[in-house]
Design a protein around this ligand. Structure first.
Ligand code: ADP
Ligand code: MG
Length: 399
């Protein structure tokens, strides 16, 4: 991608009103925030603008209120969590535009921070209504987007505002874009991709894009079963999308044409029932799976070979676990390969970028996340990036 504007390009922001799009879609339980990771991700941007003397107005969506006010989805519920992370008092403003926001801006001193109400209370947000965007922009001098996780959506506060105000990537957005650029935009070769998870159907576009981009495509998880079946392997009662056989063939052909080596497991961990440590569990060659067995993980020999592949690579992008990692011992392949990738990254021989809800959970479970070069917590936006799509919220920030 082309370069994009960051806070370094914003000049002197003293006394200016910065509208900052952040991700405050926080997991809650009983009215309390249970995980403040997303707030911590944007804290550097918010505090930098505050320190530089801007008046900071935070914009975010929360849940799916479908264009209506909803007392259970008000952003007032996250104020305490945000104050705790920032270590500063934060004002709550129950509107996103109009005189109430204007008044709030009048009260704020330079460096003060306010959260505006859930942008999705207004239908203009998801409709990307230019009039709605204009009403928000009326109270701001600049726009900062620090929510990569929402950048795959062309909404008023992810895309619309960029046409109305000077716009910049926040520090978290910047880190995400730089990491993804290193992983897939302009990577050091050879490049490996791990694509795992449950279903081929949910990641078709990812697979199609990657075969033209990477040198090694490592397929694991339930989707490996679909590829094995397409190659004539009897996968028993494994999770498998038989109807996608011809699509898998096409992907394998495309890989051949572009010089991408596809790695499918040749040994697997199978069981007759899906439970923790089932007595029927065994390791076998993919050609020895019985009709009443299912494949639940990549086998140890294949994992060793995959580790050797990673040792020859300079870049790794990873989405999707290699097995049903939530249930032991079907986490073994994912844990082993994650540890290899983490060790190579720590040594400095591999740039490793991973993303996806279950992937991040699996890498945390493996104790490998901290040594990866970059972990993206943006589920949908990360996958769209892996599909090679231009994200509207990102395109709008290009310099
Ligand atoms: P992500 O959220 O990282 O994009 P997915 O949602 O695509 O990942 O896939 C994760 C799910 O895939 C996990 O719940 C895991 O249990 C499941 N899975 C992986 N391998 C298998 C398998 N062999 N059989 C059934 N489910 C599997
Ligand atoms: Mg998932």
């Amino acid at each position: 991608m082309a370069g994009f504007k960051t806070l370094d390009d914003a000049g002197d922001v003293t006394g200016k009103v910065a509208l900052v799009r952040v991700d405050l879609n926080l997991p809650m339980d009983g009215g309390r925030v249970t995980d403040d990771t997303r707030v911590r991700a944007s804290a550097p941007t918010i505090l930098e603008l505050s320190r530089k003397g801007a008046k900071v107005l935070l914009l975010a969506h929360f849940g799916r209120p479908k264009g209506q006010r909803s007392s259970t989805q008000s952003l007032s519920m996250v104020i305490d969590a945000v104050q705790d992370v920032l270590g500063k008092e934060v004002m709550f403003v129950p509107e996103v535009s109009g005189p109430v926001v204007e008044q709030a801006v009048g009260i704020l001193r330079n460096g003060d921070i306010a959260i505006l109400e859930n942008t999705r209370f207004w239908p203009g947000e998801e409709a990307n209504d230019p009039e709605f965007a204009k009403s928000i922009a009326a109270n701001g001098d600049l726009f900062v987007n620090d929510a990569f996780s929402a950048a795959h959506r062309a909404h008023a506060t992810t895309e619309g505002l960029t046409h109305l105000l000077p716009s910049y990537a926040g520090r978290s957005m910047q880190a995400e874009l730089e990491a993804l650029e290193k992983a897939l935009g302009n990577p050091e070769k050879p490049v490996a991709a791990v694509v795992g998870g449950a279903k081929v159907s949910s990641k078709l576009a990812v697979l199609k894009h990657l075969v033209g981009k990477v040198d090694h495509l490592i397929i694991g998880g339930g989707m490996a079963n679909t590829f094995l079946a397409a190659r004539g392997v009897d996968v028993g009662k494994s999770l498998c999308e038989h109807e996608l056989a011809s699509t898998c063939e096409e992907i394998l052909d495309a890989a051949d044409t572009s010089g991408c080596t596809v790695h499918l497991p040749y040994d697997v961990v199978v069981a007759k029932e899906f439970a923790a440590n089932p007595p029927s569990m065994r390791i076998c060659n993919v050609h020895e799976v019985a009709t009443d067995e299912m494949i639940l993980d990549v086998g140890p020999q294949a994992v060793e070979a995959l580790a050797d592949v990673l040792k020859t690579c300079r870049t790794l992008v990873w989405n999707g676990p290699l097995g049903a990692f939530e249930t032991p011992p079907f986490d073994a392949a994912t844990v082993a390969l994650a540890k290899t990738a983490a060790a190579l990254s720590k040594e400095g021989s591999l740039v490793s970028v991973a993303g996806g809800g279950d992937t991040v959970a699996a890498l945390n479970h493996a104790g490998a996340a901290a040594d990866f070069t970059y972990i993206s917590t943006a589920g949908g936006a990360f996958l769209e990036w892996m599909e090679g799509r231009v994200l509207p919220g990102v395109a709008a920030l290009e310099a």
